[in-house]
Design a protein around this ligand. Structure first.
Ligand code: ATP
Ligand code: MG
Length: 593
């Protein structure tokens, strides 16, 4: 596992190995050589799904590179595929980029606004004799293009493809046919416009790629104005050029497309945008592809794009993640060319670091069990002072109430304690946080079910708030909530959506869905919380002492099946146990061996 190091300037723009980040180096060279006089980047999401944490890496790189070099970054919707795109995705993307703290100001663009410009450039390339209208079907085009084959030594080769019989049409004929494609004279799929490059190029993408196809689909912005749509490899470089993008930063899978990117820029004679690729973010227990996330949503394996188990920005927000923690994570992962798999425990570590500083502490009995203090008067209530956040003295203190009947955690009591169990069992004493030392005197069972329904104990009045006369020591401090004052809340506890570390690794015939963890959501209908939680606003975050970090669900409305919800819902964000620290410790030990 790589050691994550924070970069000096906090941007994370240095590869975690410590070497200088390669994108900045390219940009510096370009500025020095005069290739570009400024830096202008773009984040180009396709509005066909909600953004996930992988996209955070992409826009982090786009925005921070622009910022680092005093430039600007556009938000451009790469919306030239009418089948899957929708305005609701545009809205979701804008909301999530903003929530992450990035601002594109008035630089909001749509590739679909460039249809006329792109059409004119296609005509220009036809006029140069470098594009032609083809009558081959899309299947025949693939067949003519050929595929890579492995020889007996398992070395892959790409035998040359075959020219289309329509490749040598005259410029005039091509111009006429292309205009008629646009006018809707031909059926869907009947013709395509192709770049005339080289059907023998070892890079299959350069074997006369399709520039336009006929699709009678209603586009969410342009409606039925167009029945021909430009392909990604043609429109993307030219959209970059239109906006004067100097550095078009994208993930590694586009590396093989780069010669094509450059070909279109050259042939169209437009602004010479430069494409630079970096490694995608991959994370354990997670799938990061809109296609797979959409499947989870459509087939209702999750409640929606913003389900708190989803790696989408909206899911992470509902789960209680902060933009600061996500940015810190992305920045520490750094930018590299080689793909790596980041342990999700590292993301959780970054989150804990942030939540520890900012979350007020409260006490909640998640799985409540009654504790009756037998020597406490029935109506007596005592006010105790509790610290809101030991990490932040400015957060002050609050009043909590101690009474005869309290809620404690079910697993803080054991009828027959296992070895090294130091919490409550008959005869044993514990400290109640901020309160008294209590000694267990017995317990009540439901006679019909045998279930333990209450624990009994006595308190020692000399031990209030940490006092320990006679140097008395107890081995445990447990949390509690006054049963008279506690407020009921609903709590949702989450586990990874995928049990497997690499959900996409499946045997032949399987799918990533086989790796779904069917126990990734536990709903606790009634937990008891300190009264202050009744005032928590949606999105407020807390540390429930000894249990973890929780957030008041920001989106859950107060109605359940038409009835008013009586209990606020809290989502468990992350536990307190730091598995990343353990992983690091283990790898350090292994390093010493
Ligand atoms: P997905 O695989 O999730 O469908 P995509 O590449 O099709 O992703 P786009 O909306 O086209 O989705 O992506 C916008 C930008 O985000 C692109 O520049 C793409 O390179 C980048 N990107 C997508 N996924 C990741 C990732 N996991 N890590 C880094 N960058 C990513
Ligand atoms: Mg894409």
């Amino acid at each position: 596992m790589k050691k994550m190091e924070k970069t000096k300037d906090g941007t994370g723009l240095t590869e975690c190995t410590g070497s200088s980040d390669f994108i900045s180096e390219f940009i510096k060279e370009d500025l020095k050589s005069g290739r570009f006089s400024c830096v202008h980047t773009r984040f180009p999401p396709e509005p066909n799904g909600w953004l996930h944490i992988g996209h955070c890496k992409a826009f982090f790189v786009d925005f921070s590179m622009a910022e680092r070099f005093g430039g600007t970054c556009n938000l451009r919707f790469d919306d030239t595929n009418p089948e899957k795109e929708d305005i609701s995705y545009v809205e979701a993307i804008k909301r999530d980029v903003k929530w992450m703290g990035y601002d594109w100001e008035d630089r909001e663009y749509y590739a679909s606004d460039y249809y006329d410009y792109l059409y004119d450039l296609a005509v220009k390339i036809i006029k140069k004799g470098h594009a032609y209208v083809d009558d081959l079907s899309e299947d025949a085009i693939s067949e003519y293009r050929g595929t890579a084959v492995a020889d007996k030594h398992n070395i892959t080769e790409t035998p040359p493809g075959k020219n289309s019989p329509w490749r040598d049409r005259s410029v005039e004929e091509n111009l006429d046919l292309f205009a008629r494609m646009r006018a809707g004279e031909f059926a869907d799929g009947a013709k395509t416009l192709r770049a005339k490059i080289d059907m023998t190029d070892p890079n299959l993408l350069l074997r006369d790629p399709v520039m336009y196809r006929i699709r009678r689909e209603t586009h969410y912005r342009t409606g039925n104005t167009w029945c021909i749509y430009p392909m990604y490899d043609f429109q993307h470089p030219l959209s970059d050029a239109k906006e004067g993008i100097t550095h078009s930063l994208c993930s590694m899978e586009y590396e093989i497309h780069r010669p094509l990117y450059e070909w279109f820029i050259r042939e169209a004679e437009v602004f010479p945008s430069r494409q630079i690729e970096f490694a995608r973010l991959n994370m354990t227990h997670t799938v990061l592809s809109k296609r797979w996330l959409l499947k989870l949503v459509q087939e209702q394996y999750v409640s929606g794009w913003d389900d708190p188990r989803m790696p989408t920005i909206a899911g992470l927000r509902r789960r209680g993640y902060t933009p600061e923690a996500i940015r810190d994570f992305i920045s520490q992962v750094g930018i590299a060319k080689t793909d790596s798999m980041v342990d999700i425990a590292f993301l959780e570590y970054c989150l804990r670091q942030d939540l520890n500083k900012r979350s007020p502490r409260v006490m909640v009995a998640l799985h409540p069990l009654k504790l009756i203090i037998e020597n406490w008067e029935v109506d007596r209530v005592e006010e105790l002072e509790a610290v809101n956040n030991p990490e932040d003295p400015a957060a002050g203190t609050r009043t909590i109430y101690f009474s005869r009947e309290l809620w404690i955690e079910q697993d803080d009591f054991a009828e027959a304690p296992p070895p090294k169990y130091f919490r409550l069992f008959p005869g044993n004493s514990v400290r109640l946080r901020y309160g008294y030392i209590v000694t267990c005197t017995g317990f009540d069972k439901d006679p019909s079910t045998g279930e333990i329904i209450a624990v009994r104990g006595t308190y020692d009045r000399e031990t209030k708030g940490g006092n320990a006369p006679d140097n008395r020591k107890v081995k445990s401090t447990i949390h509690w909530v006054s049963a008279t004052h506690g407020v009921p809340i609903e709590v949702r506890v989450y586990d990874y959506l995928f049990g497997a570390e690499r959900p996409m690794d499946v045997p032949v015939g399987g799918t990533f869905l086989d790796n779904l963890n069917h126990h990734s959501l536990e709903v606790i209908p009634t937990a008891y919380a300190e009264p202050c939680l009744a005032q928590a606003l949606p999105g407020d975050r807390f540390q429930f002492e000894r249990l973890g970090y929780f957030v008041r669900d920001p989106d859950m409305d107060s109605a359940v099946e038409g009835k008013a919800r009586t209990k606020p819902v809290f989502n468990k964000t992350v536990g307190l146990r730091d598995t990343w620290a353990k992983i690091e410790q283990k790898s350090a030990q292994e390093g010493k061996k």
